[in-house]
Design a protein around this ligand. Structure first.
Ligand code: GLP
Length: 244
């Protein structure tokens, strides 16, 4: 595991964008596993800037997103489809046909999970998977539970996650209660994992994930089993981390 301790959010975003850029240079036809949330927004901004300046070329890459709210159609303003279009897809030369997310409006949830797993298998899994981390240690929408999940599945979001997501919605009752997410096994199949963490409210989760035991009560702790994890965090988020 490599740890980059950056001063603040901007430093974290710069480092993360450099790593994303290096992945594209190393393998232009790579599969990028992408995340939503506020944490990777700065990285997406910088990557988009890199594309505008002619430094980055996304034309041969494919993307697979971690998760999507169940019940929100791809054109819903709160959907992760929309988030990705706004922050990255519309700003770089990714081929829209190769930008994949679970379909929140799929009529048959089990079939949708199987479809997404088959897609991930066909792509060979992400070369680089970007992750944020929830305050309760969740990754994607893999919430704390009694067992690690395997493939793509549908989850009921915990109270802590509903509260964290509340800020993006006008009314509490609009916050989706369920989501599709890649499972822990899907995530662990990535060639490399780039975990981003910013802010003091992530410090406890980062500490438990990497200094504590591997346990499904802290889903991010499964990353201890992955041979190529890059943790990029700012000082506030890494404040409690003991691992060097
Ligand atoms: C949501 C997303 C996660 C993300 C997490 C943290 O739960 N499904 O992928 O990592 O929020 O979000 P933020 O970066 O806004 O703190």
């Amino acid at each position: 595991m490599r740890i980059f301790r950056e001063k603040d959010y901007d430093g974290m975003s710069r480092r993360a964008a450099d790593i994303l850029g290096a992945q594209l240079l190393m393998k232009p036809d790579c599969v990028l596993g992408l995340a939503t949330g506020s944490t990777p927004v700065g990285m997406y901004d910088l990557a988009s800037g890199g594309y505008s300046r002619g430094e980055l070329d996304f034309s041969r890459a494919a993307t697979v997103n971690l998760d999507e709210y169940k019940g929100l159609a791809p054109d819903d303003p709160q959907s992760y489809h929309r988030f990705m279009r706004e922050h990255l897809f519309s700003r770089v030369n990714l081929c829209p046909e190769r930008c994949y997310l679970p379909d929140g409006a799929a009529p048959d949830p089990d079939a949708e999970c199987r479809r997404y797993d088959a897609l991930l298998d066909a792509l060979g899994g992400p070369d680089l998977q970007v992750l944020g981390i929830g305050r309760n240690g969740h990754i994607g929408f893999n919430e704390p539970s009694d067992a690690f999940s395997c493939g793509t599945h549908c989850v009921r979001l915990t109270q802590s996650t509903l509260e964290a997501n509340r800020r993006f919605f006008a009314r509490e009752e609009d916050v989706p209660r369920m989501a599709y997410t890649m499972g822990i096994r899907n995530i662990l199949r990535a060639g490399a994992v780039l975990l981003l963490a910013s802010g003091g409210d992530k410090a406890e989760a980062v500490h438990l994930a990497f200094d504590g035991p591997v346990t499904p009560r802290v889903p991010a702790s499964a990353l201890q089993l992955h041979p190529n994890v890059i943790l990029v965090g700012d000082e506030a988020a890494l404040r409690l981390l003991q691992r060097k």
